[in-house]
Design a protein around this ligand. Sequence first.
Ligand code: ZN
Length: 332
Amino acid sequence: MKKFMSAFLAAFLSFTFVFAAVAAPVTTFAQTSTSDGVTVTLERPVITVSSLRSKVYIKWDSVEGASYYKVYRKEASGGSWENLETTSKRKYTDSDVELGTKYSYRIRAFSSGGAGHSKYSKKQNILPCAIDPDKKMVALTFDDGPGIYTESIIKCLRKYGMHATFFVVGSNASRYKDVILDEYEAGCEIGNHTWAHSNLAAIGTSAAKSTVAKTNKLIKSITGEAPVLLRPPYGSTSSSVKSAIKMPEIMWSIDTLDWKTRNTQKTISSVMNNVKDGSIVLMHDIHQPTMKAALSIIPKLVSKGYQLVTVSELAKYKGVTLKNGNTYGSIK
Ligand code: ZN
């Protein structure tokens, strides 16, 4: 009976909603002319802006009857609006931003041929996600996941606006695609740790190439971007592996041995007693004690003035170009 009632209520509400949606243009959008002589016929768009990886991402809801949209930007402190893009999509990525400059964005919807348009959306201000190259940085890296503890680490990173790198195993990534996407959307980097945690130096170059390629392909299918960094399982590599795979190999400068001790306090101490500017820390997000350690390490490092960055960000802001086939243990 309860089920029937809620179905009835849902049907009633959806009827009300449809009715409201149909009625809205008549009441709210009585045709008016604007200064440019074009008639306001479309509903005002709603936009959201966010920033990661030194880019600003602008998205907006669909406007009924719109065939394209114009995206405008100006500096929040002043200046005039410029039209960045005219698009039929409902998103735009602004890669041409200065870190430290606050921007305002707004959009407008147009009907076919520009015969009518909406009012401008409300303006949204944003400071592009910035890393200060003169402050200390550390790259936390988590291998072998994703697993059931990974989301807790991502949540903590988000809370402090910090990033990490997850060197994922392809077979786990295929089971936890939503976690991979969450890592990516949190601004974290996804690195390659082979499909099945293979010892690359031992399996032959053609198998080494294929286990890495299969993992890159899967990650690209989830996030749209293939990993650019490799962490060879067991740190095991060879000159033939390096020349066959053609990715930078990222090792570590702090080995917490978390997989061996399975001890939260020992993992925390290992990081806090050894961390330096440019450290790359090795941990494993598949172990619960490591997850608990990470929830403590992240705020501790932040309070000591460290910026928690991805390995690629660490290299970028230290002015180091990571080269294919080279091996890196820390980046200074
Ligand atoms: Zn591993």
